[in-house]
Design a protein around this ligand. Structure first.
Ligand SMILES: [Zn+2]
Length: 325
């Protein structure tokens, strides 16, 4: 059961709830799916038939080689067969993120998120945090010819990369159990004292983590708004540090206030390697796009914003309920 939770924790890192006018289910009520969550075979099923997964690639430096096409329904075939788009998406990643920053990404997956899921990451093997699958939704793609730091797809790509950056083997140890861990335990393992996520927890979570309910992160957000760069960041420290990293990179200026949210962003400026990485990433952008507009104005982001963690979980559990039949 624990493992299953962790798998889900990683798989639903960055999601947006699907909303339509006639959308009636309560996204914050996931009780009807709890049976599926208890299924011992869940992980195997998840591995074999990922809903929406289109094509999996192996990453070799700047190149990708196709490992496999997943079984997909007829309506997803055109997305799967649009290999040119897959390669454009990977090329976008390589232009955005410096090569040496990508050395822990071993696989690249293209999936169709159905308007719900924009991207996710997961360790290819739970016991090896040096090797990650990096997955982006083909239906979240915007203009790939320009790197625009105000565009949501750029934000999503940096957010997902933020998970790899903060949960990898140099930051988190899988060999240390939760009970033996004196720092923040991420779910994947024990974070080191000077890791980015542990520092972030010290700044803004230690005194509230016992009252935080992952099933109801909105309560935490509403009680402590000045601690979070976005409402989604209140989901848990793992999402928080990815959001803080994405804001750290995409925002032009360093925060000047002293809110806890500002302190979290400023904490990233304390690490010279992150400041270097930020300027390398930003040097790849289109200068015209560095100042105007915002990813916050993207309609997909507003869907993302209203998504509570249980809502996201519900959407994902719904997918798996279908898979298991
Ligand atoms: Zn995430």
């Amino acid at each position: 059961m624990k493992k299953l939770f962790l798998l889900l924790f990683v798989a639903v890192q960055f999601t947006a709830c699907y909303q339509e006018d006639d959308f009636t289910f309560d996204p914050f009520d996931d009780t009807e799916f709890e049976d599926e969550w208890d299924d011992e075979d869940y992980e195997d099923d998840y591995e074999d038939s990922e809903e929406g997964a289109l094509t999996l690639y192996r990453v070799n430096g700047d190149e990708i080689d196709r490992i496999k096409d997943y079984e997909v329904s007829a309506d997803l075939k055109p997305y799967q067969q649009n290999y040119a788009k897959h390669f454009e998406m990977w090329e976008f990643v390589t232009r955005l993120l410096p090569r040496n920053s990508r050395n822990k990404i071993g696989e690249f997956e293209i999936f169709h998120g159905g308007g719900d899921l924009l991207g996710y990451v997961m360790p290819i093997d739970d016991n090896d945090l040096s090797n990650w699958r990096f997955a982006l939704a083909i239906d979240a793609v915007e203009d790939l010819t320009t790197i625009d730091f105000t565009a949501l797809f750029t934000y999503v790509t940096i957010h997902e990369y933020g998970h790899v950056l903060t949960l990898n083997d140099e930051q988190v140890s899988v060999s240390q159990s939760e009970s033996a861990c004196n720092n923040y335990f991420t779910g994947e393992g024990c974070s080191s004292a000077n890791s980015y996520i542990n520092r972030l927890v010290e700044i803004g979570w230690l005194d509230i983590i016992n009252q935080h309910d992952e099933e109801n992160p909105d309560a935490t957000y509403n009680n402590y708004r000045d601690r979070f760069v976005t409402d989604y960041a209140a989901t848990n420290p793992g999402e928080d540090v990815a959001e803080v990293f994405s804001v750290f990179v995409t925002k032009e200026n360093r925060p000047t206030g002293n809110s806890i949210a500002d302190q979290k962003v400023n904490m990233m400026y304390d690490y010279p390697e992150l400041v270097r990485l930020r300027s390398e990433i930003r040097s790849n952008g289109d200068v015209r796009a560095l100042k105007s507009g915002s990813w916050r104005n993207d309609p997909l982001f507003s869907k993302f914003k209203v998504c509570g963690h249980r809502g996201c979980k519900h959407a994902q559990a719904d997918v798996h309920a279908a898979v298991l039949k």
